[in-house]
Design a protein around this ligand. Structure first.
Ligand code: SAM
Ligand code: SF4
Ligand code: SF4
Length: 341
């Protein structure tokens, strides 16, 4: 494969740096804001084995992306730990020249079984989703009646395995705003960063309404009142979370404000769905079918690279900014459980 060193840029000059790979669309949870059980019920048809990209196909694409400047890979889903032998994929991804970081987003339930294997395979970090620390609230949110304990056990397992850990909590008014302080209290001083995520209008089924969004400002104000915090500097260019540190040295928290304070200007991410569609924005309506290009058109690596170069070169996405400019209404979007966040 020929090597071109210049980073590739989209229509707004944003370079391509991160690849998010969804490895499965199924999940053991039915979070109300992501896969509401009324929609994702017993008879919901998930992707078949044949429709999913194989590990070979994922690896091939990841290598091409690494050539185009991708340095970071995040594995997601659905619940990525439901994909069999995931550690084998991670081991191979971590061998790709140019890939500096591999992370995983998970609900952590399967981590006690998997954390060590994943770490040994080359995984560096996990983002663990936990939306409430109180069982009654958490059981309602995950739609499966699962209490917080299995997730906390997953966090312990990740820690023991030596994985970096961040906790993600989606905050939705009326769902878990009561948990902002209990979650902050629980993780303060534990050397684990808790990040609050504004409830986003991804997908078509989660009944999103702006009035359910608890803004970054409100989250910060709530925490600061009880546990004083101050802003901390950005760790790296394009970091999506605003960082704050506890003034008493109890560690830090982050807030991801994709709704009230968007960050499209520094968005360097491309997303690959479990069935091989590429999306240049989390809020896109359509993906680019790269699986078809591999399986049917039998493109060479160089041809695949050209397709991706041109896809990124055409990119003009800035949905969150347009949302705040009130330009986006009623457009059909992909589901979060399909694309993986
Ligand atoms: N199942 C894994 C998990 O929950 O960590 C990975 C996939 S999940 C789709 C990825 C992340 O997206 C989770 O942290 C989840 O909370 C977040 N998410 C899903 N729907 C969301 C929404 N409407 N707004 C904000 N975040 C959302
Ligand atoms: Fe599953 Fe993650 Fe979506 Fe919850 S947020 S339903 S754990 S994919
Ligand atoms: Fe990136 Fe699209 Fe999110 Fe903007 S809205 S930050 S372009 S994924």
């Amino acid at each position: 494969m020929q090597i071109e060193s210049a980073p590739i840029k989209d229509q707004f000059g944003r370079i391509l740096k991160d690849l998010r790979i969804s490895v499965i669309d199924q999940c053991n949870f039915r979070c109300t804001y992501c896969m509401p059980k009324e929609i994702f019920g017993e008879d919901y048809v998930f992707l078949s084995e044949k429709e999913l990209l194989s590990f070979e196909e994922i690896l091939r694409l990841a290598k091409v992306f690494a050539h185009l400047g991708v340095e970071k890979i995040r594995i997601t889903g659905g619940e990525p730990l439901m994909r069999r032998n995931l550690e084998e994929l991670i081991a191979e991804l971590s061998e790709i020249p140019g890939i500096k970081d591999i992370a995983l987003t998970t609900n952590a339930v399967f981590l006690p079984k998997k954390a060590k294997k994943l770490k040994d395979a080359g995984l560096k970090r996990v983002n663990i989703s936990l939306d409430a620390i109180e069982d009654d609230v958490f059981k309602e949110i995950n739609g499966k009646g699962v209490v917080a304990r299995p997730v906390l056990k997953g966090i312990e397992a990740a820690k023991e395995a030596g994985l970096g850990i961040k906790i993600n909590m989606v905050v939705k008014q009326g769902m878990n705003d009561s948990q902002i302080l209990p979650m902050a209290r629980y993780f303060k001083g534990k050397d684990i960063i808790l990040r609050f995520i504004e409830f986003m209008d991804v997908g078509n089924h989660n009944g999103w309404d702006f009035k359910n969004v608890i803004s970054k400002k409100d989250i910060i104000r709530t925490i600061d009142k009880e546990m004083p915090i101050e802003p901390a500097e950005e760790n790296y260019y394009g970091e999506v979370a605003s960082r704050y540190r506890y003034k008493d040295g109890g560690g830090e928290i982050g807030v991801i404000s994709s709704v009230t304070d968007s960050f499209c200007g520094t968005c360097t991410r491309i997303r690959l769905s479990a069935d091989g569609k590429l999306y240049t924005c989390l809020f896109a309506s359509d993906g680019f079918d790269i699986r078809e290009k591999m399986r049917h058109d039998e493109l060479s690596d160089i041809e695949l690279e050209q397709e991706m170069r041109s896809l990124w070169g055409r990119r003009k996405d800035r949905y969150s900014e347009e949302r705040s400019e009130q330009k986006q209404r009623n457009r059909k979007k992909i589901e979060m459980s399909y694309i993986g966040g």
